[in-house]
Design a protein around this ligand. Structure first.
Ligand SMILES: Cc1cc2nc3c(=O)[nH]c(=O)nc-3n(C[C@H](O)[C@H](O)[C@H](O)COP(=O)(O)OP(=O)(O)OC[C@H]3O[C@@H](n4cnc5c(N)ncnc54)[C@H](O)[C@@H]3O)c2cc1C
Length: 533
């Protein structure tokens, strides 16, 4: 039995891996034990917890000796946040800035959530590395065979994403530390509506709070029929652990994640087959933009099998290849398969029964417009509440949840959320689509700027991109902005600002834009739209 740390306690129960109580230490005995931790403002822990009252025998996740304690005033918080992804970070920092006592519980050894470790940051860094090393954008000038590096391999890509991830983690740590947010490492679960247990390999800690923000995020959804091994058949969390690039890849699931990775692998010259049972892609996006995306992905060699249901996935030993069998009778073979059919919320690990919260079938929590659950002092934000499940929106939801808890006003206007889809080429949009306006019987007109008409588009070698403005033909008020092409997700914010201020497309006509820029597309599209009236 390891017994090295010091602890003052009223009563300590120590027990073995089979939960049998070995001995009890009475009040105010100075016990030595390695499984007690007290938080500091970084993600390491010191060993001194004072004035704790221990009352309940428990085993830890490894079934080792452990000690549970009632929270002391030291372990009582105004707010406890579960999860250190974008939603959790911003909820915690917002509350800390309101001078509240805040703890974040994070079960991973390093902070940052899916966003930093397996989602946004690594995938977008991969994309940058692929665009750079493949020389894709330069091929308009230097020929179809141009590449900055021949034989690009996984370490080339991982090298860059590891560097960015490491820096991003440091930034988050520094922010939490600077704002005096206490970070606990371990698995959080509710014991009662105001008490959480943090379980780690080192033991248990009990924390109390007046308020909670659940920002526990999601994990890739799995199916017992899909034999994911992390090598040949892998999910999006495992892409970065691949040892080598597959020569051909099947992507099951053409949602945002599936499409992004499909386009990245295609840009590397991998022969990609994209499968989805839905007949159309990206239902929330402008149809013309989606058609252009499909065209450009086909140019990269991607094969689409939409409206096709996958009935089984497996490994063909004889051919040394993975396969996906489709309901239509087709069978697709490849060297690897990415299974990307959505995500499952992590709320199933929080013992929500103890607080009488009931998630939906995929573990998502229902919240109102203030991110408040049915239990008034428990809020939820980020991917655990579902669509749009973006880092960008999660951050804002976390911040707004804390604002509401502590009586500060704030809201997200729903029609002003920009969406970025980092396929190659990238897509971005804000505001209404033509399809929504048609459905709602609202008249509109459009103006289009093609990148091929812009000097900057030509310089960048993107002659396929375009920007579409949707506006009211009577008032000229801007209603929506849809872009496909280089830097779409950057320049969309120009349109977002005009939308937020209720502006008209005359703003673009009458404004001087830097030249040459892609932002100039707003002016060209406004002129195009005005010419149609
Ligand atoms: C491949 C991929 C690419 C993406 N690309 C983009 C993009 O380009 N742009 C964009 O805006 N979004 C993107 N996203 C989405 C984005 O990553 C998520 O929306 C965002 O990370 C959600 O933040 P969150 O705080 O809700 O949860 P997460 O980031 O998932 O963090 C939740 C944290 O809670 C912790 N946790 C869970 N349960 C417990 C528990 N019981 N105890 C303690 N800790 C717990 C987890 O370990 C995790 O660290 C992408 C996602 C993926 C998968």
């Amino acid at each position: 039995m390891a017994a090295s740390a010091f602890l003052y306690a009223h009563k300590v129960w120590v027990h073995s891996s089979n939960s049998e109580i070995l001995y009890q230490i009475s009040s105010n005995v100075r016990a030595t034990h390695s499984h007690f931790r007290s938080p500091r403002n970084d993600d390491s822990f010191d060993a001194s917890i004072s004035q704790a009252s221990i009352h309940q025998p428990l085993t830890n996740s490894t079934g080792d000796y452990c000690v549970a304690m009632e929270p002391s005033s030291n372990n009582s918080y105004d707010l406890i946040v579960v999860g250190s992804g974008p939603a959790g970070q911003k909820a915690a920092i917002c509350a800390a800035k309101l001078r509240k006592k805040v703890a974040v519980i994070e079960r991973k050894r390093t902070i940052g959530g899916v966003c930093v470790h397996t989602g946004t940051i690594p995938s977008k860094t991969f994309r940058e590395a692929i665009l750079y090393l493949s020389g894709l954008r330069q091929r308009a000038f230097y020929g179809r065979g141009y590449a900055l590096k021949e034989n690009i391999c996984m370490p080339d890509l991982i090298f860059r994403s590891d560097a960015v991830m490491a820096r991003e983690i440091e930034v988050i740590k520094a922010q939490l530390r600077r704002n005096r947010v206490t970070v606990f490492e371990g698995n959080a679960r509710f014991l009662d509506p105001h008490t959480m247990e943090v379980a780690s390999d080192d033991g248990f800690t009990m924390l109390r709070a007046n308020n909670f923000v659940i920002a526990c995020g999601t994990r890739p959804a799995h199916d017992a029929q899909i034999p994911i091994d992390g090598k040949r058949i892998f999910d999006s969390d495992q892409v970065h652990d691949l040892q080598e690039l597959p020569r051909e890849l099947i992507v099951v699931g053409a949602g945002i994640i599936g499409l992004e990775y499909a386009s990245m692998f295609a840009a590397l010259g991998v022969k990609v087959t994209l499968l989805d049972q839905r007949p159309t892609l990206l239902d929330f996006a402008d149809r013309e933009i989606v058609e252009s995306l499909c065209f450009q992905l086909r140019q990269l060699g991607t094969v689409f099998r939409l409206g096709e249901k996958v009935v089984s996935v497996g490994f063909d030993e004889q051919r040394d290849r993975v396969f996906a069998s489709l309901e239509s009778g087709k069978k697709v073979h490849a060297a690897g398969l990415l299974y990307a059919v959505g995500r499952q919320a992590n709320s199933d690990q929080l013992n929500l029964e103890a607080v009488a919260l009931v998630p939906d079938g995929r573990g998502k929590l229902i919240v109102d417009e203030n991110f408040q659950t049915a239990i008034p002092h428990i809020y939820a934000a980020g991917d655990v509440i579902g669509f749009p499940a973006l880092a960008s929106t999660s951050m804002e939801q976390g911040r707004l949840a804390s604002c509401h808890i502590f009586g500060v006003s704030g809201n997200i206007p729903p029609n002003l959320i920009p969406y970025g889809v980092y396929t190659i080429p990238e897509i971005s949009m804000v505001g209404a689509t033509e399809e929504q306006l048609t459905r709602d019987k609202i008249g509109y007109e459009t103006g289009i700027a093609r990148y091929a008409e812009l000097a900057k588009g030509q310089m960048l070698g993107d002659d396929q991109g375009f920007l579409k403005l949707i506006f009211d033909p009577d008032s000229l008020k801007l209603l929506g902005v849809h872009i496909i092409g280089d830097r779409a997700s950057e320049i969309v914010h120009i349109g977002q600002a005009v939308l937020a201020l209720g502006g008209t497309i005359e703003y673009f006509r009458d404004t001087v834009f830097n030249y040459p820029t892609l932002a100039e597309a707003f002016k060209v599209a406004a002129l195009d739209g005005l010419n149609k009236l």
